[in-house]
Write a protein of this length. Structure first.
Length: 124
């Protein structure tokens, strides 16, 4: 799983940079300021959690049998899709109900970080 999380984290980070550049250059004059801020929030959390996936990948090399780390990585991926993905779609489409999906992604992020902490606590 370490290799999968390292690969996913690397790809997610590259995507976050590309989507950030797209937002800064391609959407700057097309979106209202509030929707551009929503999009930027998606990019920020996308990038933070791409780095989190890389951390989980490195930790998984040290703790290859940790189910907690596996779940942390899966939840972090799910969080990127649900949290950042819903914000990207909301910003571009203007469909406000997509904002209801965002907190589910936030819960996935929080759960991922807590599972990582528990995995480390148990390992030490």
């Amino acid at each position: 799983m370490a290799k999968i999380f390292l690969l996913a984290g690397s790809i997610a980070a590259a995507l976050a940079v590309a989507l950030g550049a797209f937002g800064a250059h391609g959407l700057r004059h097309k979106l209202e300021a509030d929707l551009l801020a929503v999009y930027q929030t998606g990019v920020q959390y996308h990038f933070y959690h791409a780095l989190g996936l890389l951390v989980i990948g490195v930790l998984s090399m040290q703790l290859p049998e940790s189910a907690l780390l596996r779940w942390a990585g899966l939840l972090m991926l799910l969080g990127i899709v649900l949290f950042s993905g819903s914000l990207y779609l909301l910003a571009i489409s203007g469909i406000r109900w997509l904002g209801a999906v965002t907190p589910i992604g936030g819960i996935a992020f929080i759960s991922a970080w807590l599972l990582m902490a528990i995995a480390l606590w148990k390992a030490v």
